[in-house]
Design a protein around this ligand. Structure first.
Ligand code: PAF
Length: 278
């Protein structure tokens, strides 16, 4: 496994193995089973697999957890080695954003609601860094988790709009046995908060059951999720949504598919989760 912080080295490896298909998994490190499921899928579908580990500062607002974001490079590299990853790119901030850096990738509609409403600069940071990573690694396929549902919608739009020559593949959410969606931020939860955090997946399941029993009114589904979350004393609701899975516009009735999603503070930790119903 080649581990490098140098863009030229990534390009050299990529050039040397140009006849192979490259699968790419961009990450911010502190890897868990969710990330590893992306790596395994990339391993199955490609001759070569590249992973980036980079905590991208431009997707964090000044009030967010950039400084405390969990990091453990040594452990991450051991996990990736065990998955037979070929190349790990670990750039520095100076390399990604030199002092004269001036460019941003901005998307309009799909970045505005949900996460974008609370974190107005977040998706510019994500789209810009992912565009840079795509240009550096030049993958044939790139793998993202459904857990960050809006991120996948934003990046799919960016790939289409900017004609990136790659296939974007979205993989299912990986959950703990009790239903909590895996996230590097789960590490922040104390034991009581960890229990309370189950309210996210439970709210999604309650809405799913109502849908399966025939409920098609999106407001009713939003209310079912809201009522459950506000009944949990350690939870503070940021939003719940029942939106079109591609446009992210809130629905009135669910005729076909809907993306149910939410952000909830458990103590100080902001968690997100989602489910597509169809
Ligand atoms: O999903 C993430 O971990 C990040 O948003 C990504 C895609 C690696 C960009 O920094």
């Amino acid at each position: 496994m080649i581990v490098t912080a140098k863009i030229e080295e990534v390009r050299a490896v990529r050039k040397q193995d140009k006849d192979e298909n490259w699968g790419f998994v961009p990450t911010m490190g502190y890897l868990h089973e969710g990330h590893l499921s992306l790596v395994r899928r990339a391993r199955e579908e490609n001759g070569r697999v590249a992973v980036s580990i980079y905590v991208n500062p431009t997707q964090f607002a000044p009030t967010e957890d950039l400084a405390s974001y969990p990091r453990d490079l040594e452990r991450d590299l051991a996990l990736l080695e065990a998955e037979n990853v070929d190349l790990v790119f670990t750039p520095s901030d100076e390399m990604m954003y030199p002092p004269d850096f001036q460019t941003a990738v901005l998307l309009s509609h799909v970045t505005k609601p949900l996460e974008g409403a609370a974190r107005p600069t977040h998706f510019a940071g994500v789209a810009t860094v992912v565009a840079k990573l795509f240009n550096i690694v030049q993958p044939d396929r790139a793998y993202f988790g459904q857990k960050d549902a809006q991120q996948t919608v934003v990046l799919r739009q960016m790939v289409r709009d900017l004609n990136f020559n790659l296939e974007l593949i979205v993989c299912p959410i990986v959950r703990e046995p009790d239903g909590l969606a895996m996230s590097s931020r789960n590490k922040y939860l104390n034991p009581d908060e960890r229990k309370a955090a189950l309210v996210l997946s439970r709210a999604l399941q309650w809405a799913r059951i109502a849908f399966e029993e025939g409920e098609r009114d999106a407001n009713t589904l939003r209310r079912i999720m809201t009522d459950l979350i506000i009944a949990e004393p350690l939870a503070r609701l940021a939003y719940v949504s029942a939106a079109h899975p591609e446009t992210l516009v809130e629905l009135e009735r669910i005729e076909d598919k809907a993306l149910l999603s939410m952000a909830v503070f458990i103590g100080k930790t902001r968690l997100i989760d989602n489910l597509i119903i169809a």
